[in-house]
Design a binder for this molecule. Structure first.
Ligand SMILES: Cc1ncc(COP(=O)(O)O)c(C=O)c1O
Length: 397
């Protein structure tokens, strides 16, 4: 008899809270984070199935998802071609004593499509990839100071807070996104100890060319390493990320999320002389080259070579923004930002919580205070559902 047989009457949310701190291993999937504390108890928390842009909940409701697993899925859930590639790969043995051929093949594909990529190291999560990029930069330069702008995952180097000794991030200076003056001042203070500037090149909007070029020039001037964290942007805004869009090439880049349509893989990629340091700086993970995720990435990158995935995502994101703008016309809210990753802005936080909660009850999952991600699977009927649900939710405000 399994543990679940003893608690049939308890809701999945209560069961989750009993055995998983916060109720979910991914912070953004916690009910209170999804919907706000007030509504969390009555809204869906667990799913039994996900396909296309839809989710079936444990109590049999069907939801249209605008969050697409925090941007990890761009083709749609359970994409047939990606799944077929994964099944083929794992049926040949998911891991073994030797590296799989796929590791080389996917690294070659990435080198072909990401401008700065001359070499690739695979890892499992975005947090690992950014930690690896910072370590490579420090090892390559023999310096400590890192200027950072963005979110880079939960690891200690980038996240001060409970449980993190001050020393872990003592040499990391955070600067605001797209703020030329702050970046210039931070570079000046770092002087010749600057190891790296690591930035997310898109936060709500693509960064200005002036800010990214300043970062490029500052690194060049002192021999520091420029890192673009393109975990959300590569394979979404352009196949090769913001660096392809703007033509400013960093030394290192981190990749993840849409690269494998929801299978767990990330990578640090970049210039050969810096990547080469990975032979001596210790960066290694037991399952880094398991073939399920590599096969998914291979299928994703192959599709990008066949059709313009990013243009389709932008078209669909535009339509999403249009129907949501129409539905929210009489509220303080509006869709904002690039169509491939947009947000709902305006209004106040409590109202937004109520809007998102009401939309969930009407069958549409939106992420409060964060990005909505279109996918190739958002079709006309799902856009109609989004329009209807958001309009009903807006009426309830
Ligand atoms: C820009 C960026 N970097 C790093 C991460 C961390 O990735 P992961 O959650 O896979 O560790 C994220 C996750 O949202 C991200 O958006």
């Amino acid at each position: 008899m399994s543990a679940s047989d003893h608690v049939p009457e308890r809701s999945w949310s209560a069961r989750a809270l009993a055995v998983i701190p916060g109720g979910a291993s991914t912070g953004s999937k916690r009910a209170d984070v999804l919907y706000g504390a007030e509504a969390a108890a009555v809204l869906p928390t667990h799913m039994t199935r996900a396909w296309g842009c839809r989710i079936e909940t444990v109590d049999g409701r069907e939801l249209v998802d605008c969050t697409m697993a925090l941007g990890a899925v761009a083709f749609g859930y359970a994409d047939k071609q990606v799944n077929a590639a994964v099944i083929d790969a794992i049926s040949l043995g998911n891991v073994a004593a030797l590296s799989p051929r796929l590791e080389v093949e996917v690294a070659e594909q990435i080198v072909d499509v990401v401008p700065c990529a001359e070499q690739v190291r695979f890892l499992k999560s975005g947090a690992e990839a950014t930690a690896a990029a910072v370590k490579l930069a420090r090892a390559a330069t023999g310096r400590s100071t890192v200027i950072a702008s963005g979110y880079f995952g939960w690891h200690d180097w980038s996240n001060p807070g409970v449980g993190v000794p001050a020393g872990a991030h003592a040499d990391v200076v955070h600067v605001p996104f797209d703020d030329v003056v702050s970046l210039r001042n931070a570079v000046q203070r770092a002087g010749s100890d600057l190891a790296a500037i690591i930035v997310e090149p898109l936060v709500h909007q693509v960064a200005s060319r002036a800010w990214l070029q300043l970062a490029r020039d500052a690194c060049d001037a002192v021999g520091a390493v420029l890192v673009f964290d393109e975990i959300k942007t590569a394979f979404r805004i352009c196949t090769g990320g913001v660096q392809e869009l703007l033509g400013i090439t960093p030394d290192l880049t981190t990749l993840g999320k849409a690269m494998a349509n929801g299978f767990p893989i990330a990578a640090v990629v970049g210039k050969r002389d810096i990547m080469d340091v990975a032979r001596t700086a210790w960066i290694s993970s037991t399952l880094a080259s398991e073939t399920a995720a590599l096969a998914a990435a291979q299928a994703v990158i192959h599709r990008h070579s066949q059709v313009d995935v990013c243009a389709s995502l932008a078209r669909t994101g535009n339509l999403m923004q249009q129907v949501v703008a129409e539905a929210l016309a009489h509220t303080a809210f509006r869709p904002d930002g690039p169509p491939v990753m947009w947000r709902i802005t305006g209004g106040d936080g409590a109202q937004l919580d109520r809007l998102v909660a009401a939309a969930a009850l009407e069958g549409v999952l939106l992420k409060r205070g964060a990005y909505q991600f279109p996918s190739l699977a958002h079709d006309a009927p799902s856009l109609e559902t989004i329009h209807h649900a958001v309009a009903r939710a807006a009426e309830e405000l």
